[in-house]
Ligand binder design. Structure first.
Ligand SMILES: [Zn+2]
Length: 333
């Protein structure tokens, strides 16, 4: 059986469609240097766009770890377009973000999981969350959801694609969960392993990983050592001021506490932190769901992207001030 993926009309600045991202990266870059650091299970190139800056702090931003989260991809593409042209894909300036981006040595990965992106619609804006869950999880041969978030003791790390009409955006094409790891020593997902190989020895101070749900919030660096915890509290403080000035909501720092509760299992954050000796920052932006009072007021599509760019701005600012470098030195020597 073949499932038809609904085609959703999106604004030009909502650049999360795999083919259109690929086309942009291959044809429109002038300043950025694109290269492939591997291939997905389905054979899609994994792209990184580098903006070199001799002697500057090296930071990375990643979108599209989860295929049902197109806003992260679109946000990295807006950052790329800002660096290329001085305005975002809607033609709007972001002076402070651009100033910071040009002061750093950036590595931008628009889509870490092209397989997952390829089986999901380009937007869930004004859709119900249940629709997104179907594409996030995937559909078994009998028509039921793949039990990604079943109430089990152990999360679903793997689902055999042969047992599914398709595995959803949480997985790569081989059926491996993209952001849950059995160990912090290697990844079963070839895309994450390729990312680790790219980052090992690169001298990155930090990676910002963009995800999407119904709300805006960042995660405490719970899988990291104590020197990293105040950095996320500083991120929160600065982000709250910026979001507040725009009249937007920002959730509290997820998982913070004294001390923060460590995660129950390994994420990519633990793997990359340990082996590439860097700080991992995770931010969840919005999808624009409807159907719950807590999703209101409904943001515009541009506000969703602008929230991500605001989150990226604070992340870059802390990197420029070498907060990540100091914590890395304290932990790794
Ligand atoms: Zn996600």
């Amino acid at each position: 059986m073949h499932i038809k993926i609904p085609q959703v009309a999106v604004p030009d600045f909502w650049l999360g469609n795999l083919g259109k991202v690929e086309s942009y990266l291959r044809r429109r870059l002038v300043k950025g240097q694109r290269s492939s650091f591997g291939a997905s299970t389905f054979g899609y190139d994994l792209h990184v766009v580098e903006y070199p800056n001799e002697g500057a702090v090296k930071l990375m931003v990643i979108g599209g770890t989860h295929g049902h989260e197109p806003t992260g991809v679109a946000s990295v593409m807006n950052l790329i377009h800002l660096l290329e042209t001085g305005v975002d894909l809607d033609g709007r300036p972001h002076d402070r973000l651009l100033e910071l981006a040009q002061s750093l040595h950036l590595y931008l990965v628009p889509c870490l999981n092209p397989d997952g992106r390829s089986v999901c619609p380009d937007s869930f804006y004004c859709g119900g969350i249940d629709t997104c869950v179907a594409f996030a999880s995937g559909i078994q041969l009998d028509g039921d959801l793949v039990p990604y978030d079943a109430d089990s003791e152990q999360p679903c790390y793997y689902f055999d694609p042969a047992e599914a009409i398709f595995v959803g955006g949480q997985f790569n094409g081989a059926g491996w969960a993209m952001n849950r790891r059995l160990s912090d020593d290697h990844s079963e997902a070839v895309e994450v392993e390729a990312l680790l190989e790219l980052c090992r020895g690169l001298g990155l101070h930090a990676i910002l990983d963009l995800h999407a749900c119904g709300y805006n919030f960042a995660f405490q660096a719970r899988s990291h050592e104590p020197p990293y915890w105040p950095i996320m509290r500083e991120w929160q403080s600065r982000a709250e001021a910026l979001f507040g000035a725009k009249g937007r909501q920002l959730g509290k720092l997820n998982g913070d506490g004294d001390p923060p509760t460590p995660p129950d299992f390994f994420f990519n954050s633990a793997l990359l932190h340990k082996h590439a000796e860097l700080m991992w920052v995770t931010y969840e932006g919005r999808q624009g769901y409807i159907g719950r009072s807590s999703f209101m007021p409904l943001p515009t599509e541009w506000e969703i992207i602008d929230d991500y760019l605001t989150a990226i701005q604070v992340y870059l600012e802390l990197g420029f001030e070498e907060h990540y470098a100091r914590a890395n030195a304290e932990v790794f020597g």
